[in-house]
Design a protein around this ligand. Structure first.
Ligand code: FE2
Length: 446
């Protein structure tokens, strides 16, 4: 009898704790010496503390959350400092004075530079995640698919997940009001099926149109300041643009740099003409001059073997009828000229948005070809190119078209000077649907 009462008490306690933590924990950037951990708590919560210690023993450190609580939505991020490299830490939370069941572990990066070859590692990537909410969705067949793909991703051993945009979908009920923006981010992030993935590995993100504002939204979106605020609160990225503008940033892991681009904040309307009087329209920009200037300098400075430019829209698919960099020829040409003149090696694009996956090759006379690895969709409806003019796209690498829900597992491995980058497109159960790989030796300026 006492055991039954004890069990009921435990269940009640667990329910109370679950209702205090609405989403997370999610790992943000985990560096050599610090780590960010994200959590969303209920409006009723008054105090949140995080306790952490090396997993193999050691005195716990307790840090208190210093920001405001008790708001309608309360996503919060802890930054744990003065950690040791290559060390696994365990963490847990104390909410309003009581320890709650949510918690986990993370392992800081290893200090390999000047000591060992760059580590082999894998990361996950993809885009387009739609969670159905019939009361606000378009009538008819639900747009969101099987979200068990996030369970398959959580089972992967990977260094991090890179979210390539359209990570949630603002709909009409959301994007006319600030509360709608917060609601959508909160609702999608709190889906139970997502939680194991959130704490299994660090997460980084860029946005595309649907998690920025309306479909195909651009710089004229009037709630973009609030949208950026929501993004900053739900993705603990390393930084967010410059001068309070945009969300672009850089993520480094091993000998790979990923340039996280913002294709919305500075974007001119898709409907401006690409050319004026037979010349590229200088007023039609996708990344904008501030961000492109940052990208060029960051690329020139980078010593990474592979330099991955992650951006929402496709960048090299000349047959695309969707949003793409080619419809912004002033920036397409500027970047191409820069890569050639600066002799930037190892560049590959990582893109999303299209609701199918593929690898597009773009030949450049006199130098190495560029590739655009498009990864989409996690859960949104599939958009097939089969049966359209794009089906016969000769720029697509054979065997890479995936017209099903999928995520990508990107693996970087091999000895110095012969590193390989491999991409596997995997389905909702982790099954292999397509693949491609390339050696760093194929991405060198002659
Ligand atoms: Fe998109």
């Amino acid at each position: 009898m006492r055991t039954l009462a004890g069990s009921i008490l435990f269940l009640l306690l667990f329910q109370v704790c679950r209702s205090q933590v609405l989403a997370g924990p999610m790992l943000g950037p985990v560096e050599l010496r610090d780590a960010r951990i994200w959590l969303e708590v209920a409006p009723s919560v008054r105090n949140v503390q995080l306790s952490f210690s090396p997993k193999n023993g050691g005195k716990p450190t307790v840090v208190g959350y210093q920001g405001a609580l008790g708001k309608a939505y309360n996503p919060l991020t802890f930054t744990l400092a003065n950690l040791e490299p290559a060390t696994t830490y365990a963490y847990s939370f104390i909410i309003d004075g009581k320890r709650v069941p949510q918690g986990g572990t993370f392992t800081t990066k290893e200090l390999w530079q000047w000591r060992r070859p760059a580590p082999d590692f894998s990361f996950l990537t993809g885009s387009c995640s739609y969670v159905n909410e019939p009361v606000y969705d378009r009538p008819g067949k639900p747009y969101g698919g099987d979200s068990s793909i996030f369970s398959a991703m959580a089972r992967e051993k990977a260094a991090f997940t890179m979210w390539l945009g359209d990570n949630w979908y603002y709909r009409e009920v959301d994007y006319f009001s600030p509360s709608g923006l917060w609601y959508r981010a909160h609702r999608d992030r709190s889906q139970a099926i997502l939680q194991p993935l959130l704490k299994a590995m660090p997460h980084y993100a860029i946005w595309d149109d649907h998690d920025y504002g309306p479909n195909d939204a651009d710089k004229s979106y009037i709630l973009k300041e609030e949208s950026r605020n929501v993004f900053r609160n739900y993705w603990p990225n390393p930084s967010f643009g410059e001068n309070g503008q945009g969300i672009y940033t850089l993520v480094s892991y091993g000998d790979v740099d990923i340039f996280l681009m913002d294709d919305r904040w500075f974007r001119s309307s898709n409907d401006l003409p690409a050319e004026v009087d037979g010349k590229p329209n200088a007023a039609k920009r996708m990344w904008g001059s501030q961000e492109l200037e940052w990208l060029k300098n960051a690329l020139a400075t980078s010593r990474a073997t592979f330099k991955l430019i992650a951006t929402g829209n496709q960048t090299l698919n000349l047959m695309s009828s969707a949003e793409c960099l080619q419809n912004y020829p002033i920036e397409f040409n500027e970047l191409q000229d820069f890569l050639r003149r600066q002799k930037v090696d190892g560049v590959i694009f990582l893109t999303g948005d299209r609701h199918h996956s593929e690898v597009i090759r773009y030949d450049r006379p006199g130098t190495y070809p560029l590739y655009d690895v498009t990864n989409s969709p996690f859960t949104s409806g599939v958009s097939k190119v089969t049966g359209t003019k794009e089906e016969a796209n000769s720029a697509r690498i054979a065997g890479t078209l995936v017209e099903a829900q999928n995520y990508s597992r990107v693996t970087v491995s091999g000895p110095a000077k012969a590193r390989r980058l491999g991409v596997e497109f995997r389905g909702i159960h982790g099954e292999l649907l397509g693949q491609w790989s390339i050696s760093e030796t194929e991405l060198k300026t002659p």
